[in-house]
Design a protein around this ligand. Structure first.
Ligand code: UT7
Length: 328
């Protein structure tokens, strides 16, 4: 009998309605549309308004996934939510999403791997499907990055946006699905990209709020240097060890952090731009949601058997790549 693989059999997404443009940002901080477009490549991003958490976009993405795939919530046996902006410290946002979607026969949990959260979650979930123990698994990346962005810091506030994307994983014995993955991390990244307060080391206090320590702290240049080399390294490595070339690879799905990082990765892979999914200009960096948002947007163009590489880099540092064959 053929090996059981985990295949993506559907994609859903949700984006909040509010559009934060570069023009609006340039009225909030000392920046310009030209700087943001040249240095990052973002034109606008979506923002969740009101007292709603990441689960707001997460559960809507999962509900859309259910509608598109004719899946009943009862059939789901596992849900993994990748996020760095959970609704609350606990319980897990995955549990909240499952509750909002009526998923009662599954175990749900959160996974925090920065911008590589969705990639890690997909790789982990695929093992449950491959083992035969789980048959319908939801992997959702959901973020409300606007809740931790300092809108007085011009170096970070243009980058991030809110949104969610979700995929359904099911077993297959056909020659499709997730074939290979490389997952890596290095704690050296902690100093360059983190949130200073609000965790167990430094709980929230008047002082931490006054010092603006609940926002993203990022040393952009250091993160950029790591991202540009590591995301390309793992993309080239997974290509080579699976015998893929720029001709036989149909799509690269890169994390959407900075257009220059995406272009450098594609260049190292010798891939023409038409094979690279890029929507950073519309949504910015939605952290754990960038990869499924790309799959969702390009779904109509994907063909069964297409060779696809997903690649990411984020806080931790965490990075990795997945090679899969599209299943439908
Ligand atoms: O997804 C998680 C992983 N994160 C990433 O991958 C992010 C990686 N890093 C980056 O994408 C880039 O480093 C940034 C987009 C964050 C910054 O771009 P940069 O080209 O590295 O700019 P920089 O920080 O070196 O700053 C260059 C100049 C500075 O001015 P001076 O010191 O040269 O006078 C900044 O103050 O640009 C200035 N600057 C801005 N100017 C206008 C920084 N932010 C802005 C801004 N508008 N928004």
């Amino acid at each position: 009998m053929n090996k059981i693989r985990a295949a993506i059999t559907g994609v859903g997404a949700n984006l909040p309605d509010y559009i934060l443009t570069n023009d609006e940002l340039s009225r909030m901080v000392d920046t310009t549309d030209e700087w943001i477009m040249t240095r990052i490549g973002i034109k606008e991003r979506r923002i969740i308004k009101g007292q709603k958490g990441a689960s707001e976009v997460g559960y809507k993405a999962v509900n859309q996934l259910f509608e598109k795939t004719n899946t009943s919530p009862d059939e789901v046996d596992m849900l993994v939510c990748a996020t760095v902006t959970p609704d609350r410290q606990f319980p897990a946002t995955g549990n909240i999403i499952s509750d909002k979607c009526g998923i009662k026969n599954a175990f749900s949990f959160d996974l925090n791997a920065g911008c590589s959260g969705f990639l890690y979650a997909l790789a982990i979930a695929s093992k449950f499907v491959e083992s035969g123990s789980h048959k319908k698994v939801v992997v959702v990346g959901a973020e409300k990055m606007s809740s931790i962005v300092d809108y007085t810091d011009r170096a970070t506030c243009p980058i991030f946006g809110d949104g969610a994307g979700a995929v359904l994983l099911e077993p297959t014995t056909e020659d499709v699905g997730i074939i290979d993955s490389i997952l890596q991390s290095d704690g050296v990244g902690n100093i360059h990209l983190h949130q200073k307060a609000g965790g167990s080391e430094k709980p929230a206090s008047h002082e931490t709020v006054d010092a603006r320590e609940h926002f993203i702290y990022q040393e952009g240049q250091a993160v950029f240097k790591w991202a540009v080399s590591k995301m390309a390294d793992v993309s080239v490595e997974i290509m080579q060890r699976n015998g893929l070339t720029s001709e036989t690879l149909q799509w690269l799905v890169p994390h959407q952090a900075n257009m220059r990082i995406i272009e450098a990765t594609a260049q190292r892979m010798k891939l023409e731009k038409s094979k690279v999914m890029i929507n950073i200009q519309k949504y910015g960096n939605t952290t754990a949601a960038t990869l499924p948002l790309c799959l969702w947007e390009w779904e109509d163009q994907l063909k069964k058997g297409d060779n696809i590489i997903l690649a990411s880099f984020g806080a931790g540092f965490t990075w990795g790549s997945i090679y899969l064959k599209w299943a439908y």
